[in-house]
Structure formats: structure tokens, C-alpha cells
Design a protein around this ligand. Structure first.
Ligand code: IMP
Ligand code: MG
Length: 183
């Protein structure tokens, strides 16, 4: 669905389907040249990264392997605690592989900081991060992200894989969730 299909639930449309498509194409060109002659392993973090993964992988004019992981934050409340539990681990062995973590959004950065350390310990040849969105004002830890699509304001956004209570993941664009939905 399009942001216009749930216009009452959004206080603003942040990114259209076309803006996202163009940005992913631009970043894909960088990935192709950075990994020329290699066959990188794209690691998607479920469920949010599914759309980025599907579009990035298909945009790339090179062979890639795809694998997925599901993680969950242990902590109490809605804030990410940085203590992460693996719900579904990777199938692939990372040793000697060029690994690119594909994420929907970096908020506090705690999840990705944990994930990077965890995957690093498995002995990849290289490990980089690709994130469609980043909220610079929300960062609690600094995570080195090689490929970033858009820096966005520190507001709760939905769409293109990102959910609120499992809804809006199938929105083609990204919008700011209207306060009346969650308050
Ligand atoms: P972090 O550990 O705080 O960086 O949390 C990252 C995860 O929280 C993301 O992978 C998302 O699943 C979720 N998240 C963070 N910000 C938002 C948002 O604005 N909308 C929906 N999900 C979000
Ligand atoms: Mg996520």
C-alpha cells in the first residue's frame, strides 16, 4: 500500500517509493565497486530489513548470497537495551566471507553494535553495515555504518519494513506515525 492509503495514520510522508528506489540504486553502485570481484554475503535482520534486502539484492548487478537473522532485545520496556537474544541464527558460516549487514534503521545503535561484535567474532574477512535510515539524534553508541540511505528526524516512523505493532510494514514509502495512533 501507499502512504495515501493510510493518510489518517501518518502525520507526514517522509520518503516516497521512488526516493527509496533511487537511493538504493545509488548505494548499490557503491557496493558493486567496493566488492568488485567478490561475492558478498548480505545478512538481513528480520523482520524490518526484508524490504531493503529484497530491493538492494535485486538492484545489485553481481552475485550475492543472502542470509537472515532474527534478534530480540532482552530489556524491559520499549527502549532497546543493547542486550540481544538470537531468535534465529544464520545458516551461513562467516569465516573468510565478506559480510554486509543490511538493516532498516539505526535508532540508538545498540542492536547493531551488539550484532557487529557478535558477527565479528565469527571471523569474517570483512564486515560492513548498510542501513536505509539513521536517526542521528537518537544515537547512544557510535556505530560505524558504511552505507546510509537517509538521516531522518528522531520520530517514530513506519513503512518499507518498519512496523508499529506489526502494522505498516507493507507500506511502499516511509511515514511519521501520527501521535493519535500510539497515545
Ligand atoms: P536500536 O537498537 O535502538 O538501534 O533499535 C533498532 C531497531 O528498533 C530497528 O531495527 C527497528 O526494528 C526498531 N526501530 C527503531 N526506530 C524505529 C522507528 O522509528 N520505527 C519502527 N521501528 C523502529
Ligand atoms: Mg530492525
Amino acid at each position: 500500500m501507499q502512504p495515501s492509503d493510510v493518510a489518517d495514520d501518518l502525520s507526514a510522508t517522509l520518503l516516497s517509493e521512488q526516493q527509496i528506489r533511487e537511493k538504493i540504486a545509488e548505494l548499490a553502485r557503491r557496493v558493486e565497486s567496493d566488492y568488485a570481484g567478490e561475492r558478498p554475503l548480505l545478512v538481513g535482520v528480520l523482520k524490518g530489513a526484508v524490504m531493503v534486502m529484497a530491493d538492494l539484492a535485486r538492484e545489485l548487478k553481481m552475485h550475492v548470497d543472502l542470509d537472515f537473522m532474527a534478534v530480540s532485545s532482552y530489556g524491559l520496556g520499549t527502549e532497546s537495551s543493547g542486550v540481544v537474544r538470537i531468535l534465529k541464527d544464520l545458516d551461513a558460516d562467516l569465516s573468510g566471507r565478506h559480510v554486509l549487514i543490511v538493516e532498516d534503521i539505526i535508532d540508538s545503535g545498540l542492536t547493531l553494535a551488539w550484532l557487529r561484535a557478535n558477527l565479528e567474532s565469527r571471523g569474517p574477512a570483512s564486515l560492513e553495515i548498510f542501513a536505509l535510515l539513521r536517526k542521528p539524534d537518537a544515537a547512544k553508541v557510535n556505530v560505524d555504518v558504511k552505507y546510509v540511505g537517509f538521516d531522518i528526524p528522531n520520530e517514530f516512523v513506519v513503512g518499507y519494513g518498519l512496523d508499529y505493532a506489526e502494522q505498516y510494514r507493507n507500506l511502499r514509502g516511509v511515514g511519521v506515525l501520527a501521535p493519535h495512533i500510539y497515545s
